[in-house]
Design a protein around this ligand. Sequence first.
Ligand SMILES: *Cc1c(COP(=O)(O)O)cnc(C)c1O
Length: 409
Amino acid sequence: MNNAQIVELGKKYVMNTYGRLPISLVKGQGARVWDADGREYLDFLAGLAVNSLGHCHPKVVDALTQQAATLLHVSNLYWIEPQVKLAQALVENSFADKVFFCNSGAEANEGAIKLARKYAKKTWGPDKYEIITMEKSFHGRTLATVTATAQPKYQKDYEPLPQGFRYAPFGDLKALEKAITANTCAIMVEPVQGEGGVNLADPAYWQGLAKLAETNNLLLIFDEVQCGLGRTGKLFAHEHYGVTPHIMTLAKALAGGAPMGALLATDDVAQAFQPGDHASTFGGNPLVAAAGVAVMDVLLKDGLMDNCREVGAYFMGHLRRLQEKYPLIQGVRGLGLMVACELDRPGADIVAECLKKGLIINCTAVKVLRFLPPLTITKADVDEAVAVLEEVLAGVAAADSAATGGQGQ
Ligand SMILES: *Cc1c(COP(=O)(O)O)cnc(C)c1O
């Protein structure tokens, strides 16, 4: 089928929950993907921070095909070797002592909320259940995680929402301190906000947040679903700030494109979960766990995070150059290869124009162009992407100038 046929069928049979672009991607290799009409694209979105090793990384493909031919699924009523190995790799390379596997970021965060509440009630008493989350955060689309996601646009129409969440502006220590009540049991936060616009907070904020958690007996939950697993140039984004959570969630890049989430915790906190307390039929099944083991292997051994830091800095340098030339870029920010340009206008048209010219990027928080390329990209890939982006920006700037009679902005 070609693009048009797939789009037509999709509109007829698939629920209308996404503002989809009118192509279907059917093949991928490294940082390149191809649509159903045979057109090639440079992929600076990587399945929304999922395909961090690039498309069809040979070690992930090998692990998946071998495991698929051996054992696809067994119940978590038995021990699963690839799951145990992946848990070991995650524990040996993080603050955590124990891992619970599930299928998505939302499910991992749902588990984190349950674990925090159970631990807090057991340790501090029945009134400790409230969780503070941040404005502009994103934690998922289940009822509890959409409530944790402090963005009314995702919550409206789904009331009544679960109780026990309170919000603070991201990056504001004073407001965070004010939000703490006698009922607070945890603070849940993304070390780098993703969907909210690639928002960063300074190291002093993180030090202060950790201190507030300690003095008030609160659990720290870091949602590293998007920023974790090498995306920012360190295995976990919180390592940039020298702070450690009690609970961390992962998903997106964890199994290289196979659907998988994980909930990590210290031994003390993890002990709150006993047999029967939490479960997931597919969680950590042999197929996805085998892919996860391959992903961790590549991430830790192949110098990918070095490449991420180096090429990320190179990319941001280019974007700052574009910012000087095109005032419609109001700011450039990022960490590693989690990068964004803040615009003075909605970015959807720029995303669509880039797509027409063979570059896949994303727009989030209306005015923020977001770039999440594979961590394997080269400087030549960046040059190519920046050339396309510049062509599109030049077109927008020329249209602005024509509209104001050549008087500039
Ligand atoms: C994508 C995302 C989620 C939700 O993950 P799903 O797999 O879509 O449920 C949660 N938290 C963050 C930070 C994310 O970026």
